[in-house]
Design a protein around this ligand. Structure first.
Ligand code: FES
Ligand code: FES
Length: 159
């Protein structure tokens, strides 16, 4: 099958790749480009493990075709930490012990970043509602929600 040339930006860097028209963004991120922080769980839009931010919107990368990334800006979990270290969300997930096996964690981090980018001061209800598309089989969610609220406070304080 002939491949399609796609130009995109991932975590602030210009990235070009070739993909088949049938390939999902998740498949290309992981298997072509090596962004293995983005996880494959259900591969049908139900678990949120493959969450990415595309042009400011939270998406399930298993449901997006890689060719649709043409001209778009993508953020994966690898783009959260900066030169100054871990993103506050990552620090707070560690401090609150918000992960166990960790398979869901990149998706929760990316989804939470998308929330805080849009709403820097969410209520607990808004956090729970926003993260309803991300499934975790280990933590029971409370520690994740506490970490997101704590990270939001930290970001608002500019720490
Ligand atoms: S792998 Fe995409 S939603 Fe589960
Ligand atoms: S930490 Fe194991 S599924 Fe969430």
């Amino acid at each position: 099958m002939s491949k399609v040339h796609v130009q995109t930006k991932i975590n602030g860097e210009e990235v070009e790749f070739l993909c088949e028209p049938r390939q999902s963004l998740l498949e290309v991120l992981r298997e072509t480009l090596g962004f293995t922080g983005t996880k494959e769980g259900c591969n049908d839009g139900n678990c949120g493990a493959c969450s990415a931010i595309v042009d400011g919107s939270l998406i399930n990368s298993c449901l997006m075709l890689a060719v649709e990334a043409q001209g778009k800006a993508i953020t994966t979990v690898e783009g959260l930490a900066g030169p100054e270290g871990l993103h506050p969300l990552q620090r707070k997930f560690l401090e609150h012990a918000s992960l166990q096996c960790g398979i869901c964690t990149p998706g929760f981090l990316v989804a939470s970043k998308a929330l805080l980018d849009q709403n820097p001061n969410p209520t607990e209800h808004q956090v729970r509602h926003w993260l309803a598309g991300n499934l975790c089989r280990c933590t029971g969610y409370d520690k994740i929600v506490r970490a997101v609220l704590d990270a939001a406070q930290t970001l608002r304080a500019g720490v």
